[in-house]
Design a protein around this ligand. Structure first.
Ligand SMILES: Cc1cc2nc3c(=O)[nH]c(=O)nc-3n(C[C@H](O)[C@H](O)[C@H](O)COP(=O)(O)OP(=O)(O)OC[C@H]3O[C@@H](n4cnc5c(N)ncnc54)[C@H](O)[C@@H]3O)c2cc1C
Length: 401
């Protein structure tokens, strides 16, 4: 490899942006390309906020990754003098008999030295009288957790990347021939070509389309509806000054971010939706989902009964069959790295992913086995609606975000 290798990163979302910037800081020459811009409305990193939390259930490597990510977010916040992380804590509401996810997380939090409280129902009621804790037996409060400004961060990372000498272009890479691995340069939508020594494809939910044989249905874009409701008044104690981020498994996995910057009380259902086309899909929420959200809100946050819907968003998860990221070389092109499959929980790990990719690409290290393509016993297939439905059943208790 040349002493200053030229790495081309395709996709300026959370994974690609942090990767490009970290490679640049490590001394590479880096070109970063994105079809619609960092944090655009189609991208999985688009939108206002993403949660950072350490609870991931038993035996998950992502708790340790969060413990590594938290100080990095703080470090860059200081270095760049721009707010990125709002620390609200995350409250997990648990019911006995259905709490293996929370119980299994406690040991992991301890091991990762992430600060938390285990709280009985009476303490929950005392601390957060705005919440109706009916059916909740206990909870965990994660102190250092909070939310990240998603789109703003993606744009900031690219801004930093450019200011430190990186080359950024808003242009799409043409998908034809990519899978063959035998191309000598990328063909771009504007008719030009771009050659590098190494390539990192970080195209989120588009990865399966760009690499139909290697990725295909191993990364499935699933439609996820997000709702924002208006809080009754500034004194209602339902914004992020008074309430933490919260999550509950119960019959379905629901979570919420209480009104950042006056945007309303954000709430979403983590259940995987139908297959979604990230390029042409119309971003309109499902009315049944809205009805179900209203019912849930009225139960858990009584002051939010009849609250008006002030905003909606449709995003897509980039779901792998086992919820692990995909980080590996293309099987026939040693200098092509595939990075994606954040599976609805990747954003918080951006700076750690950047560090990891720098080691892999520049120092030619090997990815962890749970990230590698070899973990999939079956060859990749084209996406179908049926396969997505089967997958969401297989992971009923998966906490993505
Ligand atoms: C509703 C929702 C809630 C979530 N909540 C959380 C959360 O709370 N916490 C958390 O950690 N994670 C969360 N996630 C997941 C997280 O947002 C993703 O895992 C992460 O943002 C994925 O980033 P990415 O860079 O891989 O993909 P993307 O952000 O999709 O970036 C891919 C980029 O590639 C570009 N691109 C595509 N094709 C081409 C091409 N041919 N040429 C050039 N560029 C191309 C696109 O324009 C895009 O900008 C959530 C996701 C959703 C949808």
């Amino acid at each position: 490899m040349p002493t200053k290798p030229h790495v081309v990163v395709i996709g300026a979302g959370c994974f690609g942006g942090w990767t490009a910037w970290s490679l640049l800081r490590a001394g590479a020459r880096v070109s970063l390309l994105d079809a619609w811009g960092p944090g655009n409305s189609r991208a999985t990193s688009g939108g206002e906020t993403r949660i950072i939390r350490g609870i991931y259930g038993p035996n998950s490597p992502y708790t340790e990754m969060t413990a590594r990510a938290l100080p990095l977010w703080r470090k860059y916040e200081k270095e760049w003098k721009r707010p990125m992380l709002t620390r609200t804590g995350v409250l997990w509401m648990a019911s006995s008999g259905e709490d293996s996810f929370e119980r299994g997380s406690i040991q992991m939090l301890r091991r990762a030295k992430l600060k938390f409280d285990e709280l009985p129902a009476r303490e929950l009621k005392k601390r957060w009288p705005q919440i109706n804790f009916d059916g909740v037996q206990w909870g965990i409060f994660e102190h250092d957790a909070g939310y990240l400004f998603a789109r703003i961060i993606c744009q900031l990372v690219v801004e930093k990347f450019i200011s430190e000498g990186g080359e950024y272009r808003q242009v799409a890479v043409r998908p034809e021939e990519l899978e063959s691995g035998s191309w000598k340069a990328l063909a771009l939508e504007d008719g030009s070509t771009l050659a590098g020594d190494r390539y990192v494809f970080a195209c989120g939910p588009w990865m399966g389309k760009l690499f139909p044989k290697t990725i295909g249905d191993r990364i499935r874009p699933t439609k996820q509806d997000v709702f924002f409701f208006g809080v009754p008044s500034a004194e209602s104690h339902l914004d992020d000054r008074h309430l933490p981020i919260w999550a509950e498994h119960r019959d379905r996995f629901r979570y919420g971010i209480p009104g950042n910057q006056g945007r309303g009380f954000k709430i979403a259902d983590d259940t995987r939706g139908p297959t979604f086309d990230p390029t042409n899909g119309e971003r309109v929420v499902n009315p049944d989902g809205l009805r179900a959200m209203r019912e849930y809100l009225a139960l858990r946050f009584p002051a939010m009964k009849d609250a008006p819907l002030v905003e909606t968003r449709v995003c897509q998860y980039e779901q792998t069959p086992d919820n692990h990221f995909i980080v590996d070389r293309h099987p026939v092109a040693e200098n092509v790295w595939l990075l994606g499959g954040g599976s609805g929980h990747g954003f918080k790990h951006g700076p750690v992913v950047g560090e990891m990719m720098t080691e892999l690409v520049l120092k030619e290290k090997e990815p962890k086995p749970y990230f590698r393509l070899a973990r999939f016993p079956q060859p990749a297939k084209a996406l179908t609606t049926h396969s997505v439905a089967a997958q969401s059943k297989a992971h009923p208790r998966m906490a993505s975000w």
